[in-house]
Design a protein around this ligand. Structure first.
Ligand code: UDP
Length: 402
């Protein structure tokens, strides 16, 4: 657990003191955050840093998990896909099982907090079961610019009861939602085990432990095995790169508890890699290990993020923070972080050839890689560290009270 002052060296004294000033009117306020998984994915990542920091500065913050059975998570993953523009066979049974998990939560959890933050769509219906005595805020982490219409209409039954909706990007705001909407961009914790400085010795140790040789340049994508992260597309890109330069691909994706699709996608990627590339140069990793992610991001020649949709893309932030060149899709929250040719390359997600060309360009030009890396790190330092997120939360809470 870190103190706020531990961040001084990275963000400077002024930010630390501004946080202390802004929290004055919020001492002892009781906040509850609810989402549906402790591990895997960006929401859990942010919660594990922001909640302890809130507590450290004098707010009483808690984090609870909505439990669900496998059917619930199968349904909510379908909802997640459909909210990002996919299709869904929408039935009464799905609606019923979806709402049921919130009702079960209500039976054994009281909420008497000053503010309630609900993260993503899984726990949305909770609001219908509690007597509302405080502001409820829906924190939506995904790209909601093109949701499945019928599903969106159904979810609005719940969302309309909320006092505020927070998105990660201005472009996700919805004209058809008469609830106050704000934007807060996510952030990473530079002191977490995933992002802290680690020694070359530790990097080698972890790569060795997970069977990743470093005799060739590594190209890495760190993402859940989810069709929206397009791991199969990554293998296609890698095939083209490998025709020009000998290198290795690492696809690292831990299995999030609320993502039942992951095993299937992982299996498909494995088969595809065997068919297309036919040697040991594609490495798939499914273990959950923060230091391994850290080591991989630091030792890769290029980091890829070939998402088809991406709410924000903390993996991009993490890679930029480590001074690595990133080639990523020009979708969702990624262009908020990457300025094309300045701190990485942005490519349309369907343009496999351009993805490959950009990777080759970086591999052949170490100076370019270094410059991009330096620019990327500064962009993250200024905009996407957890202290800025904490400040945004304090401003938001003060606004709501007002
Ligand atoms: N992550 C991880 N191990 C993995 C894959 C992902 O720890 O094998 C982490 C990753 O480092 C990042 C988060 O999960 O912190 C993913 O967040 P992002 O916003 O990129 O995508 P999401 O999974 O929330 O769609």
């Amino acid at each position: 657990m870190h103190t706020l002052e531990d961040y001084r060296e990275i963000v400077g004294d002024r930010i630390i003191s501004t946080i202390q000033k802004k929290v004055r009117r919020l001492y002892g306020k009781h906040i509850i955050h609810i989402n549906s998984t402790y591990t895997g994915g960006g929401v859990a990542e942010i919660m594990s840093s922001i909640v302890p920091l809130m507590n450290y500065i004098g707010i009483d913050a808690g984090w609870r998990i909505l439990r669900g059975n496998p059917d619930f998570f199968t349904i909510t993953k379908k909802f997640h896909n459909a909210l990002q523009g996919g299709s869904i066979h929408f039935t009464e049974m799905k609606k019923k099982l979806y709402v049921q998990a919130s009702q079960d939560f209500y039976v054994y959890t009281h909420i008497n907090h000053d503010f309630v933050f609900i993260h993503d769509s899984q726990p949305l219906p909770l609001i219908t079961f509690y007597k509302k005595r405080q502001p409820w805020i829906w924190r939506c982490h995904i790209d909601l610019s093109n949701p499945h219409e019928e599903l969106w209409n159904f979810l609005k039954n719940f969302i309309l009861r909320y006092d505020m909706v927070i998105f990660s990007s201005d472009t996700y705001k919805r004209e058809d939602l008469p609830v106050e909407q704000k934007v807060i961009q996510p952030a990473i914790d530079p002191l977490s085990s995933k992002n802290m400085e680690i020694s070359k010795k530790d990097i080698s140790k972890y790569l060795k432990k997970f069977g990743i040789p470093t005799d060739k340049p590594l190209i890495t994508q760190i993402s859940r095995f989810d069709p929206w992260k397009d791991p199969q597309g990554v293998v296609e890109v890698f095939k083209l790169v490998k025709e020009k330069i000998d290198c290795r691909l690492v696809l690292c994706g831990s299995m999030a508890a609320d993502d039942p699709e992951a095993c299937l996608v992982n299996e498909k990627v494995k088969q595809m890699a065997q068919q297309l590339i036919n040697n040991n140069d594609v490495i798939l990793i499914t273990s959950e290990n923060n230091i391994l992610v850290n080591a991989l991001q630091r030792s890769s020649a290029v980091i890829l993020q070939k998402s088809i949709r991406e709410g924000f893309g903390l993996t991009v932030t993490e890679a930029l923070w480590k001074g690595r060149p990133v080639v990523a899709s020009n979708v969702g929250g990624i262009p908020l972080q990457i300025k094309d040719e300045e701190n990485g390359f942005l490519v349309e997600p369907s343009d496999t050839k351009r993805f490959a060309d950009r990777i080759i360009q970086i591999l052949q030009n170490p100076n370019l890689a270094e410059n991009m890396g330096e620019n990327g790190k500064e962009i993250v330092r200024k905009n996407f560290l957890i202290t800025r997120l904490l400040l945004d939360y304090l401003d938001l809470l003060k606004d709501i009270i007002r």
